[in-house]
Design a binder for this molecule. Structure first.
Ligand code: AP5
Length: 208
């Protein structure tokens, strides 16, 4: 089963994709996480990608496509996977269609006001990568990760200017994928405005 998670920044793609991957025992592949890892290790790709990411822009298609193609060739993808954050352009979608069969596309929606609230208050564990929200999904008292007790950080692109840019980029470059996948009859819409568990019930139904 190969599933794509589509949706604007901050709608909860990562939160839901991790839960669904666990429940289906398939791999969760987040292009945002892969790119951030490259930035942290200062690889050639990371150095090229960083300035785009910090400004809330998409990393150029050819760089991301190469990274994803290389990842999908590894053995652990054979049982299926969830792609979280890819494709984000029609060019990426055409490329992935030529390499794998996409069984389902789950499109999560939340209004912009809630997106800004979710992103501006998001914090991430510096050690295990677990995501929190300072109001909705609270860390341990003292602002530590409840899983590994490490410090939390705020992503550079979760600052107000970058959030606005990411929303604009989503509308111009990624939203057209909704019609692209509707035409292929594999799109399922999910209202992402409820609680994490409530949305997960909808995601499970949409993926079956
Ligand atoms: P990426 O990391 O993919 O960022 P994104 O798409 O902007 O999505 P986010 O990770 O910000 O949000 P999410 O929808 O996963 O929400 P989350 O579950 O964390 O990409 C980052 C950058 O990398 C891009 O801007 C681009 O530069 C580059 N990039 C990546 N892929 C690329 C590609 N294919 N092509 C080109 N460039 C690419 O939730 C958000 C917050 O809300 C959290 O705090 C969470 O705890 C909270 N939350 C989640 N669900 C709920 C809920 N139901 N109720 C209340 N709070 C909730």
């Amino acid at each position: 089963m190969n599933i794509i998670f589509l949706g604007a920044p901050g709608v909860g793609k990562g939160t839901q994709a991790i839960k669904l991957a666990e429940s289906l025992s398939i791999l969760h592949i987040s292009t945002g996480d892969m790119l951030r890892e490259n930035v942290a290790f200062k690889t050639d790709l990371g150095i090229k990608a960083k300035s785009y990411m910090d400004q809330g822009l998409l990393v150029p298609d050819e760089l991301v496509i190469e990274m994803v193609q290389e990842r999908l060739q590894r053995k652990d993808c054979s049982k299926g996977f969830i792609l979280d954050g890819f494709p984000r352009t029609i060019k990426q979608a055409n490329k992935i269609a030529s390499v794998i069969q996409v069984n389902k596309v789950i499109n999560i929606s939340v209004d912009d006001e809630e997106i800004v609230k979710r992103l501006s208050r998001r914090r991430i564990c510096s050690s295990c990568g677990k995501g929190f929200h300072l109001d909705y999904i609270k860390p341990k008292p003292g602002g530590k990760c409840d899983k590994c007790n490490s410090d939390l950080y705020q992503r550079d692109d979760d600052k107000p200017e970058a959030i606005q840019k990411r929303l604009e980029v989503y509308k111009n470059q990624t939203q057209p994928l909704i019609d692209y996948y509707k035409e292929k009859n594999i799109l399922a819409d999910v209202d992402g405005s409820g609680s994490v568990d409530g949305v997960f019930d909808l995601v499970k139904k949409a993926s079956s």
